[in-house]
Design a protein around this ligand. Structure first.
Ligand code: THU
Length: 134
């Protein structure tokens, strides 16, 4: 599994090259594997009104759902301009939890070889969709 996750990370690195990040100069790419095996990528897209910036992870989710895929088994996030691995922000964790089961893998890294391999359930525990279902 870790080799496949590293391959997914390479897709995230490639997606990060498309980042529109003139304000932060912090390029991020995300790659999701759909339950149907398709891979969907996204990059961060900033705006001069900073609060309108969309993270790479949410960009990938919007793209995937618009292509008919609503369930993901793994996500990789590549932060090209960070030495340390960068996890999804809180807003992205909430959005990801809508379409990922708690055991779905989240794998992230920066520009070094260090990776963090965890799950959306660890990053966003006790969510109202999966944990409060009657
Ligand atoms: N960013 C992401 O795209 N994903 C993350 O996980 C962390 C932050 C973007 C948002 C903004 O364009 C830049 O990185 C700096 O925060």
């Amino acid at each position: 599994m870790s080799f496949a996750l590293e391959e997914l990370f390479v897709e995230a690195q490639k997606a990060a090259l498309s980042a529109y990040a003139p304000y932060s100069r912090f390029r991020v790419g995300a790659a999701l594997i759909g339950a149907d095996g398709r891979i969907f990528t996204g990059c961060n897209v900033e705006n001069r009104s900073f609060g309108l910036t969309i993270c790479a992870e949410r960009g990938a989710v919007m793209y995937a759902v618009s292509q008919g895929c609503r369930s993901f088994t793994a996500l990789a996030v590549a932060a090209l301009d960070s030495l340390v691995p960068i996890p999804p922000c809180g807003a992205c964790r909430q959005v990801l939890s809508e379409f990922m089961p708690p055991d779905a893998r989240v794998y992230f890294g920066g520009s070094s070889s260090k990776r963090v391999d965890t799950t959306i359930g660890v990053l966003y525990p006790f969510d109202s969709l999966h944990d409060l279902a009657l």
